[in-house]
Design a binder for this molecule. Sequence first.
Ligand code: DCB
Length: 303
Amino acid sequence: MNSDWHGISYHGRLRVSGTRLMDENGRDVVLHGMSSHGMQWYPHFARLQGIQTTKTMGANVFRIAMYTDEGGYLTKKNIADDVIKAVDDTLALDMYAIIDWHILHDNNPMEHIREAQDFFEMMSGRYANEKGVIYEICNEPNGPEVTWSRCVKPYAERVIPVIRRHAPEALILVGCPTWSQDVDICAEDPLDCSNIMYTLHFYAGTHGDELREKCIKALGMGAPIFASEWGTSAADGNGGVFLRESDVWLDFLSRNGISWCNWSLADRDETSAALRPGAPDGGWTSEHLSESGRYVFSKFADK
Ligand code: DCB
């Protein structure tokens, strides 16, 4: 870890100013780090030892992806305990923690809005005074019927106030239609809320100039953007890895001061996974890291 590393004790509470993320003292902030894979499958990498290893390489944020579907929270409520442990471990490392309500095949966030409200009521109550907790209220809305105006925006308007009751100043990340790609559509019809950012998700082997154009358009309309999930692979989490395409993306994010989390901190046999199959819970050296992991870990400390 070099002397440029800054976490919660340095930056304090984050706030959105225009399209930028700023810290408690008005300095620009850019967060870089990993996202967990599904907490129902890979909770052991989302603990102190593993998160600390990413910090050693320069990460100052960790995203905890709590799937709702696919054996996640909706059918196994005690996954919330693993999420809490992961948040506590992340905060103990002076790193920002993102609590991600990871919808995916349950395409429409409205489908389980009651459960989402209860979950965020519980989490924001628990972390009401924590400066380092960031709430991501819907990972990737998707499907032709799941529009911003009819589904995602009304969902956000009903979940954000639940969090704000306990944590009035917390940073909240809002997913966009089409797997969190339609940032421009959100920007045209923005939420009337402060301290929120829209999420831009991309996979370097699938998404390129066209998605960057949408992002530029959204920023131009004043929408703040956080890249809370991106991968070096194609959009299915596999294929590649696409490192030259990733370079173009990281350069783009850096020029625009956009924070990011990489998918994913897992040892699954897929190219987006940062760890090779059978990797230990932390303390990884290059032999434990996949090609993607070696690449991404070398980028945490970049400006
Ligand atoms: C997103 C999801 C994330 C998913 C990755 C890669 O989905 F947020 O959960 O992760 O991107 O696809 C993958 C894992 C696999 C797992 C699968 C299902 O890497 O191990 O089997 O989730 O749980 C996206 C993102 C973009 C697009 C499609 C998907 N897209 N998608 O642009 O078409 O269908 O999952």
